[in-house]
Design a protein around this ligand. Structure first.
Ligand code: CAA
Ligand code: NAP
Length: 247
């Protein structure tokens, strides 16, 4: 079998790094997509090489921009080949109580966390269907399932990710292409470490396991969803949240 190509957005962030490493261990060719303004790419690549991951293809682009996504996928195809596995992982927060939330904070989160799924998936889904195999994995959030004070924008986008996932799963079910979402709880990454310390402590106190998730725990789940043996699972949203919330 030829080597599968896995394209991961937000690849150089917390979850993205763990997902890239899990896929590399599974033997896939990994395309690590990063934001053009990210200025630590060389340091990230050096860190990956140090850890034994030397073969990542890097492409830069803005997932909130359709033309940029098209250019990233064209570059990935030229460097590695057609994309077999897409992980829509890039995301941001702009937390504010709704009374204080500005329109630009709403727009930024909706375009980066939700419209990005249209922008990226549009580049690969028809080709996956034509080749008869594909995996699309969308990163939602526990807060897209349960809601969260201070995150009306983020929870709306992450709930939208779930609706997108369920719909596209039905459209692609006969084509060998599965579409699933994972809904992580609070994971120890830059995004969570930006929460005020006392608020974060009070959140962790409500998690039955009383700890944050490790990024590798998300990588392992993506690894399963990308595998051949996950071929009967589609349209699912997998909660992985230390018991914080059950659907
Ligand atoms: N429910 C209801 N009301 C709440 C509340 C809650 N959980 N938390 C605070 N409030 C109320 C406060 O009592 C206060 O009310 P009054 O004005 O009447 O006194 C009002 O909301 C303002 O609260 P704050 O002083 O906390 O407001 P702030 O502007 O300082 O902070 C915030 C707002 C930035 C949203 C802050 O509360 C916060 O960071 N909350 C955590 C949000 C969160 O969980 N973000 C997750 C980020 S990581 C991520 O998103 C990854 C993932 O997918 C899990
Ligand atoms: P992170 O470390 O901040 O990584 C997010 C990555 O997305 C960063 O590399 C960031 O690049 C990139 N990105 C942001 N905007 C982008 C854009 N417009 N175009 C391209 N790339 C962009 O956060 P993380 O915790 O790993 O989050 C990854 C995903 O998991 C997000 O979708 C997040 O919502 C979701 N999630 C996280 C948690 C958690 O607790 N951490 C829980 C549930 C779901 P820059 O750094 O250059 O901006």
């Amino acid at each position: 079998m030829t080597q599968r190509i896995a394209f991961v957005t937000g690849a150089m962030g917390g979850l993205g790094t763990a997902i890239c490493q899990a896929f590399a261990k599974d033997g896939y060719k990994v395309v690590a997509a990063y934001h053009p303004e990210f200025d630590n790419k060389d340091a990230w690549l050096a860190e990956m090489a140090e850890a034994g991951f030397k073969d990542f293809v890097c492409v830069a682009g803005d997932v909130a921009d359709l033309a940029s996504c098209a250019a990233m996928v064209t570059a990935a195809e030229a460097a590695a080949g057609p994309v077999d596995i897409l992980v829509n992982n890039a995301g941001i927060t702009r937390d504010k109580m709704f009374a204080k939330m500005e329109k630009d904070q709403w727009d930024a989160v909706i375009s980066t966390n939700l419209t990005s799924l249209f922008n990226m998936t549009k580049q690969v889904s028809a080709k996956m269907a034509a080749q008869g195999w594909g995996r699309i994995i969308n990163i939602s959030s526990v807060n897209g399932v349960k809601g969260q004070a201070g995150q009306a924008n983020y929870a709306a986008a992450k709930a939208g990710v779930i609706g997108f996932t369920k719909s596209l799963a039905q459209e692609l079910a006969t084509k060998g292409v599965t579409v699933n979402a994972i809904a992580p709880g609070y994971v120890a990454t830059k995004m969570v470490m930006a929460i005020r310390e006392d608020i974060l402590k009070s959140i962790v106190d409500t998690i039955p396991m009383r700890r944050l998730a490790k990024p590798e725990e998300m990588g392992a789940l993506c690894s399963y969803l990308a595998s051949d043996l996950a071929g009967y699972m589609t349209g699912a949203t997998l909660n992985i949240n230390g018991g914080l919330y059950f659907q």
